[in-house]
Design a protein. Structure first.
Length: 202
């Protein structure tokens, strides 16, 4: 009888150990299922959607070069119904021959740029026409209020506002930096020159 009890003892110990392991396993599974996992959310860093080129002033603070908004007028040809009628309406407003508009637009299939850098009055008149397929596209470009004065020094930019000549070129990285993080708009550095605009007129 004693020998039989001794043989049963290891079995009982093994059974109890197995039960404890099962309890631990089920408890672990329960905890994993009951506690929601919090996955780390990765958010792309915000990068400025636009870079405003810095303004150039003379020593008295008068503007020599500045970035301004302007509008282009274009045709979305697939949306234009009567090209001739649209050309006649736009021609009167934009001082362009309707025939020229029709001929040039006919060489394209989807898009035709009618005129760039419209005056404020032209923008208003085109808006009032409310023509289907006519698009006013807002862009930004360089404007030189003093026209040709100090132009040899200032230089100029291309349509992408990148400096090509003069100070616009040599100081391009200051005037037009790369888009920065966590900004909606990145502004370039303004420059104040030592020249006096009045002396440029002499």
């Amino acid at each position: 009888m004693v020998a039989r009890e001794k043989r049963r003892f290891p079995f009982i110990v093994l059974l109890i150990t197995a039960l404890i392991l099962l309890i631990i396993i089920f408890r672990t599974i329960f905890i994993m299922l009951s506690v929601p996992s919090k996955a780390k959310e990765y958010k792309n860093p915000q990068v400025a959607s636009r870079v405003v080129r810095g303004t150039i002033y003379d020593r008295e603070g008068r503007i020599l070069a500045i970035e301004i908004p302007y509008y282009n007028c274009a045709l979305l040809l697939r949306e234009v119904g009567d090209l001739g009628a649209v050309a006649n309406s736009l021609g009167r407003v934009l001082s362009i021959s309707p025939q020229t508009i029709v001929e040039n637009a006919s060489k394209n299939t989807t898009y035709y740029l009618v005129k760039s850098k419209l005056s404020p009055n032209e923008v208003t008149e085109v808006k009032n026409l409310k023509l289907k397929g006519v698009s006013l596209e807002k862009e930004y470009g360089r404007f030189y209020p003093q026209h040709y004065h100090a132009s040899n020094l200032l230089g100029f930019t291309n349509r992408e506002s990148v400096g090509l000549e003069g100070l616009e070129y040599s100081l391009n990285t200051l005037l037009l930096p790369h888009p920065r993080l966590n900004e909606e708009v990145t502004f370039g550095s303004d420059l104040y020159l030592t020249i006096d605009l009045d002396l440029q007129y002499l």
